[in-house]
Design a protein around this ligand. Sequence first.
Ligand code: NAD
Length: 290
Amino acid sequence: MQIGFIGLGNMGAPMAANLVKAGHQVRGFDTAGVVVEGVTQVQTGAEAAANAEAVITMLPNGAILQAVADQIIPHMQNGAVFIDCSTVDVDSARAVADQATSVGLLSVDAPVSGGIGGASAGTLTFMAGGSGLAFAKADPLFDIMGQKAVHCGEAGAGQAAKICNNMILGVTMIATCEAFALADKLGLDRQKMFDVVSTSSGYSWTMNAYCPAPGVGPSSPADNGYQPGFAAELMLKDLRLSQQAADSADADTPMGHAATALYEQFVETEDGLGQDFSAMLPRFEKRGRS
Ligand code: NAD
């Protein structure tokens, strides 16, 4: 397949490389002039999109996505599929889908989970929103770049699933970290805390698979000085998107709101920037009640 790929950053570059390895012809564009082995580098998004059967974007945010969509949609061939894999706000995802489908293109919002490791290994999970036809056209590419793709519903449903999942993740990480910090102060050994909680009703992915306490549970960023993993600022981005969506849909999300405020403080006024999002544990450890 002839594929255009726009946004060859930490995630986009390895995803594009996997498409090349699978035998597809990929033309890539990134404003930073990134070169990816096997990907034909072109000078504009429009050039990457022209004559492509599928165009994939992997960009920082919704405003950039909308600007790129404005540039490339007029150059896409009829019936081609526009696949946006960035994590963006639901409203931007729906606006781009409307713009694409109104001129006869297929469109899928397909944010991912699995991070940079999953992008390199081709083991991402895709959460997709769009028509059945659009999903069917994109699915073979999801198969190459990932291990699972869930068709969540119409346009925007992929982004909705992603931010709801990550709102749970942020809230749960905070709950896990504050419980460890409380357990410390109560004199409870961290390994014993893990042994109990990981097999009791407090278990969660953040406790069982990504334990924020160093030396406890399976290997995680906590065992590596809290180097990300999943950076606190990316968690903050996703939490903010959840709150933007909650505002727009008039949904009451008090825990998501509190988690957003806490990650904002951690990243913007404390030392969270550049640390893994599980570094909330040493943050709580240092603090008292007030
Ligand atoms: P990144 O900043 O490394 O990559 C974004 C790339 O887009 C950059 O190379 C930048 O130069 C390029 N770019 C910006 N504006 C452009 C434009 N107008 N035209 C072409 N290229 C442009 O970010 P990333 O880590 O690759 O993340 C990409 C997206 O994936 C984000 O939406 C992020 O939230 C999401 N995501 C990231 C991770 C992760 O672990 N990094 C995990 C899941 C989802």
